[in-house]
Design a protein around this ligand. Structure first.
Ligand code: CP3
Length: 322
């Protein structure tokens, strides 16, 4: 998550040259270079495509911009009538440069796996309706409660577009796809079933059918006890977790042969080195009887000292299961 982000000076150097973030996402040679920066510096095991989940609202015709120190801004008024074409193929042409980035990366990836991604449909809808980052998420909560049909219609379009988007990423060379459902934690009960489980299930089953060898990572962030419902209902090769996830997941993941990804809280990278080291070892020990990908539970904080990242990577690489 944002591993190519603002804590790396080499990323900031490129960012300085291209101030328009969306243009950067859609510039194949720069996006490929940024994607490879963490590999060159740390030799981590996976390459994550440099792009953003908000290219989907953009390709559906919504105005999307990223303001300095403010995050994304989207034209907040949006209905299905604002979408020009009902053919995902047609809409995806606006972001076809992403596939060129993937092509460049797949030529350079060597023995590393390349992760492509998209947002979960509800997370995308959240940004489309809120118009950007939000603290209380009042607009989306209200939208889901009072305009259920419109919400369902938009979710369907986003889901269909995301499936086509991921299929194209696979065709151009990604090995894994990750679906970032960053705002899954906002919903409960039937709404969770309707807006989180259902669309993620559609994405997963269509992708698995299209390309059985592509690995699917789901990240329904903040799902709490519903992480269990999620892995029981949605096909996952990997489940990415955060600290709200119950430990019960370990047993269930093991029985279903699902790999767990996570879950070091990013704030530990800002604090005391000894505490960070202990926490890293604690996580390695905790998941030693599971298939486990060591990762953070959310995006890295821009002020993270690089030496702390180096320390974690060294610890993980040198760790031996006893
Ligand atoms: O690790 C990587 O760099 C991979 C590429 C990637 C980015 N965003 C680049 C990025 C990925 C996988 C994402 C996912 C993403 N984008 C999510 C899901 C994960 C999560 O964080 O919950 C979401 C919700 C977004 C939407 C988004 N993009 C927001 C809310 C912001 C602003 C965040 C902030 O802290 O200011 C972005 C900007 C963004 N996306 C940056 C990067 C490297 C920072 C942009 C900059 O250079 O200023």
């Amino acid at each position: 998550m944002r591993q190519a982000g603002r804590y790396l000076p080499e990323y900031m150097a490129i960012r300085k040259k291209e101030q328009n973030f969306l243009n950067l996402c859609l510039n194949p040679s720069l996006a490929a270079e940024i994607s490879l920066q963490p590999i060159k510096r740390f030799d981590v095991d996976f390459i994550i495509l440099f792009c953003d989940i908000l290219v989907i609202p953009f390709c559906l015709g919504q105005k999307v911009s990223f303001l300095k120190n403010h995050g994304p801004i989207l034209d907040p008024i949006f209905t299905k009538d604002d979408i020009k074409s009902n053919k995902p193929e047609e809409n995806l042409k606006k972001i076809s440069n992403v596939f060129k980035t993937i092509e460049l990366l797949s030529r350079k990836k060597g023995d590393k796996n390349l992760i492509g991604f998209c947002g979960g449909a509800f997370t995308i809808l959240n940004y489309m309706i809120e118009g950007g980052t939000s603290v209380k998420h009042e607009k989306i909560r209200n939208f889901v409660q009072t305009k259920k049909i419109q919400a369902q219609e938009l979710i369907e379009i986003i889901t269909e577009t995301s499936v086509e988007y991921l299929k194209k990423q696979i065709v151009h060379g990604v090995d894994y796809v990750q679906i970032f459902e960053s705002w899954a934690g906002l919903l409960e009960g039937e709404d969770y079933e309707e807006f989180i489980i259902k669309p993620n299930k559609i994405i997963s089953s269509k992708i698995k059918k299209f390309s059985p060898t592509t690995k699917i990572i789901h990240f329904p962030r903040g799902s709490k006890e519903k992480y269990i419902n999620f892995i029981n209902e949605v096909y996952c090769d990997v489940i990415s977790i955060d600290q709200t996830c119950p430990d019960e997941i370990m047993q269930i993941a093991k029985s279903k042969d699902i790999t767990i990804q996570g879950d070091l809280e990013p704030k530990f990278l800002l604090g005391d080195k000894e505490e960070l080291l202990n926490k890293t070892i604690q996580i390695l020990e905790k998941y030693k009887y599971n298939k486990h990908i060591f990762n953070l539970s959310h995006g890295i904080i821009p002020t993270t000292p690089i030496e702390n990242v180096e320390m974690i990577i060294k610890t993980v690489k040198n760790y031996e299961i006893t």
